[in-house]
Design a protein around this ligand. Structure first.
Ligand SMILES: [Zn+2]
Length: 107
C-alpha cells in the first residue's frame, strides 16, 4: 500500500532522547482488536539516522506484546516547520506522510 496519510509530526526524533534532529520518518503500529485485548495503535518518529533503530524498537515491542496480526506502516514525513526551541512547550505539527513500506508482523 502506498499513499499519503495525514499525520502529525513532533519537533524532534523520538527514537533517541539524546537526538535533537527533526524527524523524517514515522512508524504506525496498528493491530486489530482481539478477544483477549483491545485494538493497539502506537506511533513514533525518527530522523534519518535512527530509522533502522525505530523500526527495530517497534518490532521488538510488538513481539513482546504478542501482536502477531499487526501491521507496521513506515511513512516519510515533512520535517516540522517550526524549529525546536529550548524552553518552549512541545507541539505537534500537522503534516502528511508518504507511505513507503508496510511490514506485516505475522509469522
Ligand atoms: Zn535521531
Amino acid at each position: 500500500m502506498t499513499g499519503l496519510l495525514p499525520c502529525t509530526s513532533s519537533d524532534t526524533c523520538q527514537t533517541d532522547t539524546a537526538c535533537h534532529r527533526p524527524p523524517r520518518f514515522q512508524a504506525h503500529l496498528d493491530a486489530p482488536q482481539h478477544a483477549q485485548r483491545p485494538r493497539v495503535r502506537r506511533r513514533t518518529e525518527a530522523c534519518a539516522s535512527h530509522l533502522g533503530a525505530m523500526v527495530q524498537a517497534m518490532t521488538i515491542w510488538a513481539r513482546e506484546q504478542e501482536l502477531a496480526d499487526g501491521d507496521l506502516t513506515i511513512l516519510t514525513i515533512n520535517p516540522s516547520s517550526g524549529a525546536s526551541r529550548p524552553g518552549q512547550p512541545h507541539s505537534d505539527t500537522q503534516t502528511s506522510g508518504l507511505v513507503f513500506s508496510t511490514i506485516h508482523l505475522g509469522h
